[in-house]
Design a protein around this ligand. Structure first.
Ligand code: DX5
Ligand code: ZN
Length: 221
């Protein structure tokens, strides 16, 4: 059995009460805080930056923060997020001119590096750096917005990515992001994913305890 992690995306949280929202999902049993950074350049939306990450740490959040960079370029933001208390930092390979260097930069700053693949991107692009990744994040929607529909062909990609990670014998987490909810989390786990980002499927419910328990039930029940 895999060690499943639930990573609520705070993109769907009430930003006016962000610290309390993050405390609430952690108290409800979430494992990782998924932190979506959008720059209105790499993606057509604008969200939150390193100051907000730092503020969450200052507020007392000690859980892992999984910073998903949807920005271009990435290196300045890597350094700033490392200083702001990020745990994982993931970026889209096409947003960095020197992917290997950016991965190294994350590691050198004491964070866990990962790459994110857009729905149509092939796994070939990460073949030579698999053993440098603590996280492989597969987008199951086109990045930029919460509340979109899961793209069905990603199920096959999760299987292929699981086979790739197993072939390399690495402990890289396999994370899925976009349109994940109670209706597909089990199938995703069976396909080989172990880390589940969910924004609207968690924050758009009234009772986070009940919702996260229902996710666990799907995964482990
Ligand atoms: C999309 C973001 C996701 C998003 C997921 O660009 O990377 O993390 O918040 O939202 P849902 O779970 O609502 O699809
Ligand atoms: Zn994300």
């Amino acid at each position: 059995k895999r060690d499943y992690k639930i990573a609520p995306s705070i993109l769907s949280a009430d930003f006016a009460r962000l610290g309390e929202e993050v405390n609430a999902i952690l108290a409800a049993g979430a494992d990782i805080v998924h932190f979506d950074v959008m720059d209105n350049h790499y993606v057509p939306n604008l969200t939150i930056g390193p100051m907000v990450c730092k503020a969450l740490r200052k507020f007392g959040i000690t859980a892992p923060i999984d910073v998903h960079l949807m920005v271009e370029p990435v290196d300045d933001m890597i350094v700033q997020f490392a200083e702001a208390g990020a745990t994982y930092i993931t970026f889209h390979p096409e947003a960095s001119r020197h992917v290997d260097r950016s991965l190294q930069l994350i590691r050198d700053h004491g964070c866990k590096p990962g790459l994110v693949l857009n729905p149509a991107a092939t796994l070939d692009s990460i073949k030579y750096v698999v053993d440098q990744l603590d996280m492989l994040l597969l987008m199951s929607v086109n990045p930029g917005f919460g509340g979109q529909k899961f793209i069905p062909y990603i199920m096959d990609k999760v299987r292929d990515a699981r086979a790739l990670l197993d072939a390399h014998g690495v402990a890289t987490r396999l994370e899925v992001d976009g349109g994940v909810g109670l209706g597909n989390v089990r199938a995703l786990a069976e396909a080989g994913a172990d880390t589940f980002v969910a924004g609207s499927a968690i924050f758009n419910t009234d009772d986070y305890v009940q919702t996260i328990a229902a996710f666990r039930e799907q995964l482990e029940g």
